[in-house]
Ligand binder design. Structure first.
Ligand code: CUA
Length: 333
């Protein structure tokens, strides 16, 4: 093999190694599917990749062959045949097959979930997610920034936006779907294994677009039912002195004008529901871990954590008051 040939092979091996070492697995990977739709998307990706590699290798082989011709003419007829076959017929056939394969996936992916399935309405807001649970047995409930789903059941998502265009995407569970102001789009997700999967907003929606995430927790049916009934409960009253002080501060600082905590007088509808905030995995629309230090940081430096966010920051409060509010919010399990 010539030196250029060897270089080409080395480059190919390096690229393959880099590709397999890249994040193809994990909680936010379309190549590590955990849902019916995601399996189809991953399958399409691999078929496309195989098709691409075959075409790429073919082109390289022809290039190599052409470079090693002695320069004698092959005859015009032969050259024309090559152009027609390799330049027109082969690409048309390959692209048509891949197009038909891709389009054939759309009807099943756009089909509605069967009657009686769990419905969840998610409203995209700058930059968080309002989540309405609408179980088949009735009793709509509004939560935020985290979705829990029973495994092996189809769930129909109704997607809306309160402001600008967002896009709802949990790569491990399925494809993405835009959330468009004034319209309702639909997406069916059918998780096939339990786990925690990260979702993101996939449409540029303003300064903190890249900070608009959520977690989807897929659970066994029994655990899911327990979680759902726990979420239905009103918030527990705080018992220790620090948390009681924090609750007073929550109201005196006006937080209740924007946030709802069921079971208290807080019934604001501008921001996320906080009734069971402490049971969630993250804060600030999927970007901070749910722990005391992060709570204080969020309340006091909101504008730095999420530039452009509607919630005002409370950095002017003394640390003791921030700690009390964080202690109260941590009781909201
Ligand atoms: Cu919401 Cu990007």
């Amino acid at each position: 093999m010539s030196e250029s040939g060897r270089q080409l092979v080395r480059l190919g091996v390096t690229l393959l190694g880099a590709f397999s070492a890249a994040q193809c697995t994990g909680s936010q990977s379309a190549l590590d599917p955990a849902g019916h739709a995601a399996e189809k998307v991953a399958g399409l990706f691999w078929w496309m990749t195989v098709g691409t590699v075959i075409v790429w290798v073919g082109v390289l082989a022809l290039t190599w062959w052409a470079m090693h011709q002695s320069g004698r003419g092959e005859g015009e007829r032969k050259a024309r045949m090559l152009i027609v076959v390799a330049g027109a017929i082969v690409p048309t056939v390959v692209l048509t097959v891949l197009l038909i394969y891709g389009l054939s996936m759309m009807p099943p992916m756009l089909a509605r979930a069967p009657e009686g399935s769990l419905r969840i309405k998610v409203v995209g807001e700058q930059w968080w997610w309002r989540v309405h649970y609408m179980p088949p047995e009735g009793g709509e409930m509004v939560l935020a920034n985290e979705i829990r789903l029973p495994v092996n059941e189809p769930v129909e998502f109704e997607l809306e936006s309160a402001d600008v265009i967002h896009s709802f995407w949990i790569p491990s569970l399925g494809g993405k779907m835009d959330m468009i102001p004034g319209r309702r789009t639909r997406l069916v997700l059918h998780p096939t294994r339990t786990g925690v999967f990260r979702g993101v907003c996939a449409e540029y929606c303003g300064a903190s677009h890249a900070l608009m995430a959520l977690y989807a927790v897929v659970m066994e049916k029994e655990a899911y039912d327990q979680w759902l009934s726990a979420q239905r409960q009103p918030a527990r009253e705080p018992v220790d002195a620090l948390a009681i002080r924090g609750k007073d501060l929550f109201f005196s600082n006006g937080c209740s004008a924007c946030h709802t905590i069921r079971g208290t007088a807080a019934d604001g509808a501008v921001g996320p529901d906080l009734t069971h905030l402490a049971s969630r995995m993250s804060l600030g629309g999927g970007i901070l871990p749910n722990e005391e230090g992060a709570l204080k940081r969020w309340i006091s430096r909101t504008h730095e954590v999420k530039p452009g966010v509607l919630m005002p920051h409370f950095g002017m409060l003394p640390d003791s008051e921030l700690a009390a509010m964080a202690a109260y919010l941590q009781t909201l399990e």
